[in-house]
Design a protein around this ligand. Structure first.
Ligand code: SF4
Ligand code: SF4
Length: 387
């Protein structure tokens, strides 16, 4: 983060705290008022910045103090768990839990295990974690809907959501069309194609709430691969008082149909920086400017062949069924988000027949990749990092 981008006033004084030598923890001043938006037909007013996986309990406490009221992926990780939730009014926050099976019994077992881990009696959303390859899968696997109905009747959950990072536009549009889902969580960033914007507008039209993931598109370390362009972009963004990361989040929040964003937060500095984007809605107008959007798009254009959009076209033609998009996502966790432990764990969980080592360089994937990624060489580098 470039301190030169920060200005005086409320936001500036906040960063004096955020960038000081002491880590920012619960109890420090709260520098702004969080913005809340209605999450579609659920009617829930959620903070425009949502909290996700964070390693340390004090980070969750600080997020709560800053006005965040939605936690995603509860029950799957150590935090936030009972220690965090025990002193919170249950009406003061919402949360979801990831389910990674479409099988009725498996989903019920997984959900109830996670519920126990969380120490909560209800988790607001049961969320399918990128389980659909094709829109046809929604009708094909009815077990998950039976599981949801069963858990809802027991009072253990209330709404159904889907997170998607493969064939995202088609699958999310079909989920909206089905009328079965109350909220969607797509990957969405300045790299996303125009069809993604159409899908978000479709969600809005159908009153389906949208929480966007991967908005930072690889984070600071990806942008640093083009330092000159990054510097130029930051100069252009200077007037907005935001860092590049904040501008990316704010840009997404301005897109029609988007309710909230969930940035991956790995340290206290990013926690304060990312959550501050939810403060003071009035700053949106400056960031809506064409110049800012153009600056972000130009930067994305320069990095285009570095960034996998998880469209899934490569995997659909790969004779070896290699999970290319997943492997590139894990590589991003490693090199862009600085989380090698998670990246290696996820890569290790892939079936051995679908890892990068099985690639025989036939080239079919590169022929269909709409963004010209050098898939074969990227797979090799990813395998070296992740194995
Ligand atoms: S080059 Fe490798 S990843 Fe690409 S289609 Fe062929 S086997 Fe699959
Ligand atoms: S490598 Fe290309 S084709 Fe494959 S998922 Fe990523 S963007 Fe799509």
């Amino acid at each position: 983060m470039d301190a030169g981008l920060l200005t005086a006033g409320a936001v500036g004084s906040f960063y004096t705290v955020a960038r000081g030598s002491q880590p920012v923890v619960a109890g420090n001043p709260v520098p702004g008022k969080m913005t809340y938006r209605r999450l579609g037909r659920t009617g829930l007013d959620i903070s425009v910045v949502v909290a996700g996986e964070m390693d340390l309990l004090p980070m969750h406490e600080r997020a709560y103090e800053l006005g965040v009221n939605y936690w995603h992926k509860v029950g799957n990780f150590e935090h936030p768990g009972p220690e965090f939730f025990k002193d919170k009014d249950r009406d003061s926050f919402y949360c979801d839990m990831v389910i990674d099976t479409l099988d009725k019994e498996g989903a019920i077992a997984q959900f109830e295990w996670g519920l126990k881990q969380s120490g909560l009696k209800t988790i607001d959303f049961l969320k399918l974690h990128s389980l659909y390859r094709d829109p046809k899968d929604i009708k094909k696997y009815s077990g998950i809907f039976k599981a949801f109905d069963y858990l809802k009747k027991k009072g253990e959950t209330r709404f159904l959501a889907v997170a998607q990072h493969g064939n995202t536009v088609e699958v999310c549009a079909a989920c909206i069309q089905s009328g079965l889902f109350d909220a969607i969580q797509p990957n969405f960033s300045v790299f996303s194609p125009p069809e993604m914007h159409d899908m978000l507008a479709f969600a809005k039209k159908n009153d389906v709430g949208v929480i966007c993931k991967k908005v930072l598109a690889g984070g600071e370390r990806l942008w640093q691969r083009r330092p000159d362009r990054k510097r130029n972009t930051e100069k252009l963004l200077k007037k907005s008082d935001y860092t590049l990361g904040q501008t990316l989040l704010k840009w997404a929040l301005d897109v029609y149909g988007v309710t909230a964003v969930v940035p991956l937060i790995t340290n206290f500095e990013h926690l304060e920086e990312d959550i501050a984007v939810g403060f003071e809605e009035k700053t949106l107008s400056a960031l809506e400017s064409k110049a800012n959007t153009k600056a972000l798009r130009d930067l994305a254009e320069d990095l285009s062949t570095d960034y996998c959009r998880s469209c899934g076209r490569c995997t659909s033609v790969c004779p070896k069924h290699i999970e290319v998009a997943d492997i590139f996502r894990f590589e991003m966790y490693y090199s862009a988000y600085g989380n090698p432990r998670k990246a290696r764990r996820l890569y290790g969980e892939l079936p051995s027949t679908q890892t990068a080592v099985e690639c025989d360089a036939c080239g079919s994937c590169e022929e269909v990749c709409p963004h010209g990624l050098p898939i074969i060489s990227k797979l090799r580098s990813a395998h070296t990092l992740l194995s």
